[in-house]
Design a protein around this ligand. Structure first.
Ligand code: RP5
Length: 168
């Protein structure tokens, strides 16, 4: 099996249902990935080791999902030069706004690309990872163009259905 180009990491197994949406996208585009759990707060040494070694293992993009005081993506970005995409997860009574703000408000110099809260964000994290890889992979870029065409076609189909239903 080819080595993982994308690493999906999350703070807890309770994040898995959301983060699986990113994995589904990578499966769809045939991109090799790994998926694991590491916590910025509960296992800082493990997270640090992961961050420092990811690039030398051949990983090109990291997707990090976490909820609450979501520092995972930021602490990973602090210790790698790989692009880090952050997925805020709604795992507390604050509904994900806590995670979103914790992830998006990074200090200048240490960027993380923060996507939407929850499953749509995880899906977009997967697509964004493929797009990053696609800048250096013509085959992937072609698949991405086809994906966008399919999305546009879906809208046309919905429009047709709506207009048909209005005729009745
Ligand atoms: C965060 O705390 C995790 O990313 C998760 O979203 C949240 C709750 O974790 P568990 O208490 O379910 O393990 O660190």
């Amino acid at each position: 099996m080819s080595h993982p180009l994308v690493s999906i990491v999350m703070g807890s197994d309770s994040d898995l249902e959301v983060m699986n949406e990113a994995a589904k996208v990578l499966d769809q585009f045939d991109v090799a990935y790994e998926i694991d759990i590491s916590s910025a707060h509960r296992s800082p040494a493990r997270t640090s080791e992961f961050s420092r070694k990811a690039a030398t293992r051949g990983v090109k993009v990291i997707i990090a999902g976490a909820g609450g005081a979501a520092h995972l993506a930021g602490v990973i970005a602090a210790e790698t030069t790989l692009p880090v995409i952050a997925v805020p997860i709604a795992s507390t009574p604050l509904g994900g706004l806590d995670s979103l703000l914790a992830m998006v408000q990074m200090p200048a110099g240490i960027p993380v690309a923060t996507v939407a809260i929850g499953k749509p964000g995880a899906t977009n994290a997967g697509i964004l990872a493929v797009q990053i890889l696609g800048t250096g992979d013509a085959e992937l870029a072609k698949k991405l163009a086809a994906y966008k065409e399919k999305l546009a076609h879906g809208v046309v189909e919905k429009s047709k259905k709506l207009q048909e239903s209005r005729k009745k």
